[in-house]
Design a protein around this ligand. Structure first.
Ligand code: NAP
Ligand code: GLV
Length: 312
């Protein structure tokens, strides 16, 4: 019987039961036990979303950790997990498409001024508003891995001009690809809409800061579904207040859930989503997680094990 530890911050036992049900399709004898229960102390594998890292030190038989999301920064945060323990992430085309839908929604709301029309509707005002010419807009997608590459392709297929940025060289049909630190500022200067889909690492923390916002065109749109720590929040607020950034659409924050007294809530051109742009779907992700558990127990390296040197 496979006993696997489970922890998903702010979720209920219902979610653990849902995962167990989905995983049993592939591993009929699996049992998920709460990470904080004494039963978890013998587990070799744990499924985690924002876990209390200290607890992992009690798992003396640990052979591998699996993130319940595509990002792993929530596990790497403490830097205390031995490098011989593989950390595996989900890579699910369902999530990539889901993110693509959310980014497209955000961009179309900006281009077609949806919120301006909502305001007019309240006043029974029947008048066209200024429409942006989508042919002249450039969209920068920062991070074109499993998720960003799908987003970039889908935006291109909608008729947008798309520029992509990654660490290493990429080829994406129809998309202008750039790579490496040196090309970042140039790209920032020429795009009108900026979409952050980077993983959070030492190199990408605070990447959207005062200097970078200042280099964006006046009236730019900024979209963040990467991680909150990619953004220096006070710098974003300042730029939104001045109109330099005309619209910011955010799904992730340095502090989650976003505190009720956070300044973001007060800024009228910041749209707030509660980290739902691409949610993990147990139905579509269970098969790869079951496979990862099997690999870990056999001492094999599972697919989508992260590179500990890169941090993603
Ligand atoms: P991924 O497949 O690992 O792709 C990451 C991309 O970022 C790659 O293109 C990588 O370049 C690039 N990158 C990393 N470090 C860079 C650097 N220093 N400079 C330039 N480019 C860099 O990750 P993913 O699965 O697409 O997920 C990306 C992130 O999205 C996750 O880590 C998570 O934070 C976020 N996410 C958010 C949600 C949500 O609901 N808001 C849902 C899922 C994921 P190379 O390919 O050249 O290495
Ligand atoms: C969500 O943020 C994820 O990393 O999957």
């Amino acid at each position: 019987m496979a006993i696997v530890g489970f922890f998903s911050k702010n979720s209920t036992i219902k979610l653990q039961n849902e995962w167990e049900k989905r995983l049993r399709i592939y591993l009929p004898s699996i049992n998920l036990v709460p990470l904080l229960s004494e039963h978890a102390e013998q587990v070799t594998t744990a499924l985690l979303w924002k876990p209390p890292i200290e607890r992992l030190k009690d798992l003396k038989n640990l052979k591998g950790l699996i993130s319940l999301g595509q990002g792993v920064d929530h596990i790497l945060k403490s830097n205390s997990i031995p490098t011989y323990i593989p950390i595996v992430r989900i890579v699910d085309p369902y999530m990539a498409k889901s993110m693509s839908h959310w980014v497209i929604l955000s961009i179309l709301n900006f281009v077609r001024d949806t919120y301006g029309y909502y305001e007019q509707e309240k006043l029974k005002k029947y008048e066209p508003r200024k429409e942006l010419n989508f042919l002249s807009l450039k969209i920068g997608v920062y991070g074109v891995g499993a998720i960003g590459s799908v987003v970039a392709k889908d935006l291109y297929n909608l008729g947008f001009k798309v520029e992509a940025w990654s660490r290493t060289k990429k080829e994406i049909q129809g998309v202008n690809c750039h790579y490496g630190e040196n090309s970042f500022e140039q790209l920032i200067k020429k795009c009108d809409i900026h979409v952050c889909l980077l993983p959070l690492t030492q190199s990408t923390t605070n990447i959207f800061n005062k200097l970078i916002f200042a280099n964006m065109k006046y009236g730019s749109c900024f979209i963040n579904a990467g991680r909150g720590d990619h953004v220096v929040e006070d710098d974003l607020i300042e730029n939104c207040k001045s109109g330099h950034i005309s619209s910011a659409i955010l799904d992730v924050y340095r502090d989650e859930p976003l505190p009720k007294d956070h300044k973001f809530w007060e800024i009228k051109n910041i749209r707030i989503w509660p980290h739902v742009a691409a949610e993990t779907n147990p139905e579509t992700a269970a098969k790869q997680i079951a496979n990862a558990i099997n690999c870990i127990n056999k001492g094999e390296l599972p697919p989508n094990t992260i590179d500990r040197n890169l941090g993603y």
